[in-house]
Design a protein around this ligand. Structure first.
Ligand SMILES: NC(=O)c1ccc[n+]([C@@H]2O[C@H](COP(=O)([O-])OP(=O)(O)OC[C@H]3O[C@@H](n4cnc5c(N)ncnc54)[C@H](O)[C@@H]3O)[C@@H](O)[C@H]2O)c1
Length: 428
């Protein structure tokens, strides 16, 4: 069997490798020729995916990449894993999905299966994408080609989270579409979970991400409430999670980051308006989570104040730029919000992140493009007035940080178990 995977990022690349391991021939398509060239040379561009893993499937001719979308005519199934961000008005931007639909439509072979994996609002697959595919191909979904939605459940850098072992929810446009999608994923995923429609599958992914967003907001709020009472939220969570039923731990932090949790819930908020529905939990969670960087900056100000210093003119080091531990992905990272807020208050801000040696240009934070991570050594770290831990990469030596830094604000409980002189570490 030969399939195409469109969009070779954090989701598409591991999925392509997974299918290639199951003896499916995979054609990877992307508009980024840099990624395409890297794959064909057996080189990885994602930290937690080894080049050898790509090289192995490329050399066995099970995986190759291209920018030529006319090659869609060679495949039986197409899986779409392109970005679904928010636009500058914080509304869904499904243009990448629709562009992909337009690019592949003219080349769909008879009976081909198209599966969307990008997170999105209910109705994207059976309405927006379907119309683009039908218009561009002159074919009818459910008759001349098959259509389905199956949400990605990738957890980057989690060793326990293997694509093959994560159950795959699938919804089809028709029962025949569903059968085709079940057969496709059944080739390489241990458990496929069929649902009654594309919309149910789309809504399932949103529930999963909204669940996280709301629970993170809850512990972020409790961090402030318990903090005012002199109670450490981290100790409370450790104790609560010994309950063997009815509790699941979520952890506070400096704000939400990444491609999913800060964005996906607002896909539903937007769509709900069309039905006259309000998404109050989502809005409230968003409000609490987006205020977290301001809380952290207040703690930074308090910590400096005890040393008779102001934020203005101080040198502050952000430790961890990626949005979560042990990944090189810094999209939507709260570290940027912290850098911005501190810089606005006159601080001289730098960062240390072993996985982000230099900041790439982004639409959201063009002012930080080109900045480089500082070196990790005593002289460099000790030269900062304060180190602010925003992400707790496990490769960072927190004992050295405790020894070298003059003052530490810790948003991740990374300094738990590290002995320093009293008053040096502030939890935020
Ligand atoms: N990263 C995660 O952990 C994760 C987890 C679950 C779901 N998702 C969802 O999966 C989708 C993809 O996310 P990602 O993190 O892999 O994004 P990504 O930015 O890492 O990768 C997307 C890829 O698509 C390519 N692309 C963009 N437009 C294209 C087009 N028109 N044709 C072909 N290729 C195109 C880009 O060049 C890029 O290589 C999103 O909807 C996201 O919400 C991501």
């Amino acid at each position: 069997m030969k399939i195409a995977i469109v969009g070779l990022g954090y989701v598409g690349l591991p999925l392509a490798i997974q299918f290639a391991h199951a003896n499916v021939e995979v054609l990877g398509l992307d508009i980024d020729s840099g990624k395409v060239n890297s794959i064909n040379k057996g080189r990885s561009y994602i930290k937690h995916i080894a080049s050898e893993t790509i090289e192995e499937v490329v050399s066995k001719e099970r995986f190759s990449a291209s920018t030529d979308f006319s090659r869609i005519s060679e495949v039986e199934a197409i899986i779409i894993c392109v970005p679904t961000p928010l636009n500058k008005n914080r509304e869904p931007d499904i243009s990448f999905v629709l562009d992909t639909g337009q690019a592949i439509a003219p080349y769909l072979s008879p009976g081909a299966l198209v599966v969307l994996e990008s997170t999105t609002y209910p109705g994207t697959t059976d309405q927006d994408l379907r119309l683009v595919l039908e218009a561009g191909s002159g074919k009818k979904a459910g008759v001349d080609f098959h259509l389905a939605f199956s949400p990605e459940r990738e957890d980057p850098a989690n060793e326990q989270s293997k694509v093959k072992l994560i159950p795959k929810v699938v919804g089809g446009f028709t029962p025949a579409c569903l059968d085709r999608a079940i057969a496709l994923y059944g080739k390489t995923i241990d458990k496929v979970v069929p649902v009654s429609s594309c919309r149910v599958a789309e809504a399932t992914k949103l529930l999963e991400n909204i669940f996280r967003s709301v629970n993170i907001a809850l512990v972020n709020e409790l961090k402030l409430v318990y903090g005012a009472m002199g109670i450490d939220i981290w100790e409370v969570i450790e104790a609560a999670k010994t309950k063997p039923f009815g509790f699941m731990p979520f952890y506070p932090g400096p704000g939400l980051g990444g491609h999913c949790i800060p964005i996906d819930p607002f896909y539903l908020t937007w769509k709900a308006r069309e039905y006259g529905q309000h998404t109050r939990f989502i809005e409230l969670a968003g409000e609490i989570n987006t205020r977290m960087p301001e809380h952290v900056v207040r703690v930074v100000a308090d910590a400096l104040n005890t040393q008779c210093k102001a934020i203005k003119g101080c040198r502050i080091l952000i430790v961890g730029l990626a949005y979560k531990p042990n990944v090189d992905d810094e999209r939507e990272s709260p570290s940027y919000a912290l850098m911005q807020l501190l810089a606005e208050r006159g601080a001289d801000v730098a960062y240390y992140d072993p996985y982000v040696p230099v900041i790439k240009p982004t639409r959201e934070h063009p002012q930080f493009a080109g900045r480089k991570s500082v070196e990790w050594n005593r002289a460099t770290i000790a030269a900062f007035d304060l180190a602010l831990i925003a992400t707790n990469h496990s490769s960072v030596n927190y004992h050295e940080l405790g020894d070298w830094a003059r003052c530490i604000v810790d948003t991740r409980n990374a300094m738990a178990g590290v002995q320093t002189e009293p008053g040096k570490i502030w939890k935020a």
